[in-house]
Write a protein of this length. Structure first.
Length: 397
């Protein structure tokens, strides 16, 4: 059937065979659909914008802000910086040496050949003990000089006595007596000079052209560099024998420059031998020159050694005790992080702001770090999680 109002078409007409009803949508309906779509899109976008929360963490180059209740707080631990005694330096190796003030370096006063050695390394000697003998032509000359002057004194004395006897008999004048006495005094002076020269050698005659070198002081033979038949001279580079009083010794050690800054002359040091013997010593000297390669300073410690537990040239362990006035701010070792050339720490400025702050760390011991500068006692700092915060700072534009 045709729709109402449609024109009539003859039944045989071609138009009647091809006509079909047209499907259409009112214009007002299309506009409504578009409006609904736009409105829906706006509402969805607005709802999405309202659902996105503010960021939990905000970072810049100087620090980090963590929102209250942010999950990052679970990885951050705050602590309060406290001041305490400086952390003790780590033990350093040391070597037992000799106190030069209690040590005698002995050589041969004259050139010659060593004949006999009567002591060995480690022997204890008394002052005046024989150490080694030397056969020397120079000693024969000294011996001859002393004998010649002694004989001259004997002759001059006889001549003086004879002159006195003749003067009493009025056979000679008083002038001749005075001349004889003057010659005697000159001979005596020459003899005393020859004897003093021989005594200054600290040797004792031992026979034909032979002398013994004597110990100038009591002590222990700590160095022996001589053998029989050795040719020696007074100008040799090192001593033949060294004798040292081992009741007190010096410990020679090297300590890091940063540790040497807190150790003073007069400070105490604990000395431990390899077999566990402990001894307290006193710092006598700290070098003002730092080794450029090792960044260490030389230190000398004086220690008593009546029991000879500290053996010469042996190695010991030395622990230095700091001056009691040295005080440092201490923090957890995880609190100090490095951003390259500087060490930093994060300090709580308010309830949310963690400020990056440069510090100068010192020694590290038992999970703690002492700070020389950069943080005051009582400040709240990030004890755990500082590395996480540093990473956020590094990522900040």
């Amino acid at each position: 059937m045709l729709p109402s109002g449609a024109p009539s078409i003859p039944s045989g007409s071609p138009m009647r065979r091809s006509w079909r009803p047209t499907r259409w949508v009112p214009v007002a309906g299309v506009g409504l659909i578009i409006l609904i779509g736009v409105t829906t899109s706006f509402l969805v976008r607005r709802t999405h914008e309202q659902a996105v929360p503010a960021p939990n963490i905000q970072a810049d180059k100087s620090g980090v802000v963590l929102a209250e209740g942010a999950p990052q707080w679970d990885f951050v631990k705050l602590a309060v910086a406290e001041e305490g005694p400086g952390l003790s330096p780590l033990p350093v190796p040391g070597r037992v040496g000799f106190d030069e003030k209690r040590t005698a370096n002995i050589g041969s006063p004259l050139s010659g050949r060593v004949e006999h050695i009567s002591v060995g390394l480690g022997d204890v000697v008394k002052s005046g003990d024989k150490l080694f003998s030397v056969r020397s032509r120079d000693f024969a000359e000294l011996d001859k000089e002393e004998a010649t002057t002694r004989e001259a004194v004997r002759v001059k004395r006889r001549l003086r006595d004879r002159a006195k006897e003749l003067f009493q008999l009025n056979a000679v004048s008083e002038k001749e007596v005075l001349a004889a006495e003057a010659e005697l005094r000159e001979a005596e002076l020459s003899m005393k000079a020859a004897q003093a020269k021989q005594r200054s050698l600290s040797v004792a005659a031992g026979g034909d052209n032979l002398f013994w070198v004597m110990a100038p002081r009591p002590g222990t033979i700590v160095s022996l560099d001589v053998y029989a038949s050795q040719e020696i001279t007074p100008d040799r580079a090192g001593p033949v024998i060294r004798i040292s009083d081992m009741d007190e010794v010096l410990i020679l050690a090297e300590m890091l420059e940063i540790d040497a800054m807190d150790v003073k002359v007069g400070s105490q040091a604990l000395i431990r031998t390899r077999d566990g013997i402990e001894r307290t010593g006193t710092v006598q000297f700290i070098s003002t020159v730092v080794d450029p390669q090792r960044q260490t300073a030389g230190v000398r410690i004086k220690a008593t050694n009546a029991d000879m537990a500290l053996k010469p040239n042996s190695f010991v362990e030395v622990t230095f005790q700091l001056d009691e006035n040295v005080r440092r701010v201490r923090v957890d070792q995880d609190a100090v992080v490095s951003d390259g050339s500087r060490s930093t720490i994060f300090v709580l400025e308010d309830s949310n702001r963690l400020q990056k702050q440069e510090v100068q760390p010192g020694r590290r011991r038992d999970g703690l770090v002492e700070l020389r500068t950069g943080l005051a006692s009582g400040a709240r700092y990030v004890a755990k999680g500082a590395l996480l915060l540093l990473n956020q700072v590094d990522l900040a534009d």
